[in-house]
Design a protein around this ligand. Structure first.
Ligand code: FEO
Length: 392
């Protein structure tokens, strides 16, 4: 992909990674991704905002072939998918200074071994003139690392946000065209890396609310030329109440836990609760994370194996604990052969979740009528608690 103009003297650069299917050796990328950099040519100075993941460095360096000088490289975020090509850009443009938050300077020194002399520190609210274009740096920490910031291009009212408001989609679209698709991808991305920090992100959103923003240009996915809807979606994900939704990640070895989960799902639906089941043997953890953005209740389904929860259920519990969703209620269902400490082990794995634990339903072997009655009671309790809390 070649350099593309988004406004007068403002260009998209970067690479579309159509084939990438996993990020950080953890996060599924069903739709690939892009690494967006931006070039702003002021009347006096030129700035490059972010770079690309190092395997895509050649693409960016080719796009810079007709650029005679870069005065500033603004690095919004030290993670290497945006910062990793800074050393190559500096080699081509040795006079350039790397503009960063104080925390990012330390991190880039560690990650890229850049010398202290490479950096210009951008304090919160600081302005940098490029001549007829003005950059304002706004610290927006914990999106999703502590050093993150965004840049507001005052004359064009463009907010450059890096991961913030981004989405992992590989496409030739420069601007958002398919809003439904981008909404889903952006929500998935929020869930996977930003949900644990939503209290800080809420403050960041508040900080941006008085800026007139015509465009949001993230460093993954497409540019929002009508940004109101994505800003509103973020507000909802960050501070809206949970929904009348129970999310049930489960694993079954010989079918007993599967029967319990299926029965519970039916019972919940009959009582008016929406349900999403995730068989952990085949599930996409990004989709599970996305459902946790809205869920009021989390029910983990697991057999007892080696005297505790199945390792896949333990993984789901660990993930939920790390993502700190808004869920208010939690329970456990599953089957065991002769005993074990499944409930105690799982309960100890979720200290970050501020949930009310509803009595688990564990059965010996195949579930019996008594066990199904217990599942009916569990469904009733969940439905009542959702109703009492006003979750819709
Ligand atoms: Fe796209 Fe946190 O890096």
């Amino acid at each position: 992909m070649e350099k593309r103009k988004i406004k007068e003297k403002v260009f998209w650069l970067g690479a579309v990674d159509w084939d990438r299917r996993l990020f950080d050796s953890l996060v599924p990328l069903p739709d690939g991704t892009s690494y967006n950099a931006y070039l702003i040519e002021g009347s006096e100075k030129t700035a490059l905002l972010d770079t690309v993941d190092p395997p895509m460095a050649e693409t960016l360096m080719k796009q810079l072939n007709d650029v005679s000088k870069i005065d500033y490289i603004v690095s919004h975020h030290a993670e290497q998918d945006h910062s990793g090509t800074i050393p190559q850009v500096l080699k081509r443009f040795p006079e350039a200074k790397v503009v960063v938050t104080p925390k990012a300077a330390n991190m880039l020194a560690d990650l890229l071994k850049l010398p202290e002399s490479a950096f210009v520190i951008a304090e919160d609210g600081q302005v940098l003139s490029l001549g007829d274009k003005t950059l304002k740096f706004i610290h927006t920490p914990w999106v999703h690392w502590p050093e993150t910031m965004v840049t507001y291009l005052e004359e064009d009212r463009i907010l450059f946000t890096c991961d913030f408001y981004g989405s992992h989609i590989a496409t030739s679209d420069l601007f958002v065209i398919d809003q439904g698709r981008v909404h889903e991808a952006a929500k998935r991305y929020f869930a996977e890396i930003m949900m644990p920090f939503r209290n800080v992100i809420e403050k960041n959103i508040e900080k941006l609310k008085n800026y007139k923003i015509d465009m949001i240009a993230p460093s993954h996915g497409q540019i929002y030329d009508k940004p109101a809807w994505i800003m509103e979606s973020y507000r909802e994900w960050v501070s809206g109440p949970p929904r009348n939704l129970a999310v049930v990640p489960f694993v079954s070895m010989h079918g007993s836990t599967q029967r319990m989960v299926d029965y519970l799902a039916q019972a919940l639906v009959k009582k008016g609760v929406r349900v999403e089941l995730f068989n952990l043997v085949v599930t996409d953890i990004g989709r599970l994370a996305m459902s946790l953005v809205d869920a009021a209740t989390l029910v983990v389904g697991t057999p007892t194996v080696l005297a505790g929860p199945h390792p896949l259920a333990a993984y789901a519990a660990f993930l939920a604990n790390a993502l700190r969703p808004k869920a208010k209620f939690l329970s456990i269902v599953g089957s065991y052969g002769w005993g074990g400490k499944t409930v105690e082990t799982l309960a100890a794995m979720i200290p970050n979740l501020k949930v009310e634990v509803i009595d688990p339903v564990l059965c010996k072997g195949l579930p019996s009528d008594t066990d199904f009655e217990a599942l009916d009671r569990l469904a009733g309790t969940i439905a009542r608690k959702h109703q009492d809390s006003g979750f819709k």
